[in-house]
Design a protein around this ligand. Sequence first.
Ligand SMILES: [Zn+2]
Length: 500
Amino acid sequence: MKISYFFLILIISSLSSAASFDQYKKRPKLIVMIVVDQLRADTFTRFEKKWKPKGTSDQPGGYQYLLSFGAYYPLAEYKLMAAMTCPGHAMIATGAYPSTMGIPMNAWFESESSRVVGCVEDSKFKVSPHRLKTSTLADELKVISPQSKIVSMAIKDRSAVMLGGHKADHVYWFGDAGWQTSDYYTKELPKWVQSENKKIFENELKNKTKIEIKDSLYTPSAVKWSTDLAIQALKEEKLGLDSSADILSISYSSHDMAGHKFGSFSKEVEALSLAEDQEISKLLAAIKNQMGSLSEVIVVLTGDHGIPQTVEQAVSNKLDSGRIDNLVFYKSVAERLNKKFGKPDSEWIKATVSFNFYLNPDALKQRKISAALVAEEIKLEAKKMKGVFDAFTKDDFQNNFVIHPYFKSGIVNQYTMGLSGDIVIIPEPFYMNTGENIVNHLTGYSYDKFVPFIIMGSQIKSGVRSEAMEIVDIAPTLSFLLGQVPPAKSAGRVLTEALK
Ligand SMILES: [Zn+2]
C-alpha cells in the first residue's frame, strides 16, 4: 500500500509541474529565431556523425548543442496542401494558417492588377509585410514593450519580412549590392549594415560580376554573411541587454536555393548544413559573450518546409516519380475547352502559380461561359494526367465538396478565396512541376510538411519530444513565455509538455 501511495504521489507531482509565479516572471530577454530554409526532417540524423560536438554553455556547439539542451520535436508539422517559404515563415511568426492570414503561397495571381504578385511585393515601398493580414509574435511584443527591438535577416526578402512582422526595427535581405532594406523600415541603411557590405565586397565579392554574386548565395559564404550580420545587429543594437525582451530572427536561405539547384542529397547541401552548424555555434557564442550567459535567451530552430528526393533519385529508389508539364497540360486543356465551348481569341488559363491555375476572364467573357463550368472541365482534364492525385475547383472548395480526407485539413488551412487558383492540382507523391529547379516541394506529403523543431531556454525541459506538434504552436508558446497576447489569428497551442 505504502509503495502504491508513493507512486501515486509521484505521478500527481509529475503531472502538476507548474512553474511558480516567481519563476514565470523571469522572462527571456532575447528570443532568437533560427530558420533553415528547406530543412528536411531527417537532416539531423543524416549528418549526425558530422556535427560539431555539443559543447557547453560556455562554449556552445551548433546543432548538437540545441538538440542536447533543448526540447527537440523531430517531426513538427505544416498542416498544408503545399508547403513553401513565404507561408512557412509567416506561420512561424504568426501561429496562423495561410487561409486566414493572407499568405497562401510565395506568389499568386492578383485579379485587380491582373498579374502575378510576390508575397512581400508592395507598390509603395517595393517590399513590405502589407499582405500579411494578422499580427506576428514581434508585433504583439511591441504593443506591451515598445522599446523592444525586432531585427530580422535572410538572403531572401520574403523570409526576413515575414519573420520581422509589421513593426520590425531592422529587416535585411541580400541584393546585388549586398544587404538591403526598403523604405517601409528605414530610408538609409545603418552604418553597421553598410560596413558589413563593405567587408563582403572588399573581400569575397571583389570584382565579381552579378552572376558570380548570385552564385555565391548558394554557398557557405552566404551562411557566414547572414550570421555576421546577425552578430553585428546583436552588438550594435545591444540586443538582450536591457529588461525589455528583443527578438533576433535569422533565416538561412542558401540551404533551399542549393537544394533546388543540386538536390537535397547533394554535396553542396551537405556543405551548407555543416556551415550552418559552425555558424549557429558562432552566433550562440556571440550571444553568450554579450549577455554573460544563455540563461535569459530562448532559442528556437526550425525549417519552413522540407523537400523530396529528386525525380532521378526517387526512380532509382523504385518509387513512381516524374514531372507534371504545364505546357502539355495547357495544350490538352485548350483542345478540350475549344471543342466544347469554341476557341477564344486568348488563352483559357491566365496564370499558373505552384499548381494553382487561374482562368482568363477575357476568354470566359468572349465565349459567354461561366467560370465554374470551365473550371470543372479543366479539373476533369487534370485528373486524367499522369502524376496527378486529385484536383479541385474554387466551387468544390466553397461547396465543401472537398477531395480525399488526407488533404482536407491541408486545403482548409491553406486555400484562400480570392488569392488561390480557380483550379488546384494535388500531385502524387514524388511528382513535381517542371522548371529550372531539379527538385521542388509544393506538396503536403511528409517529406515537405515535416521539419524538425527545437526550443531551448531555462524555462524549457531538455529532451526529445514524441508529442504531435504543429508549426503554428511556436508563436503561442513564445507568447506564453513572454507573458503577452498570442498573434491575432494564432491557431496553435502552448507546448505545455516542454515547459519546466
Ligand atoms: Zn524552396
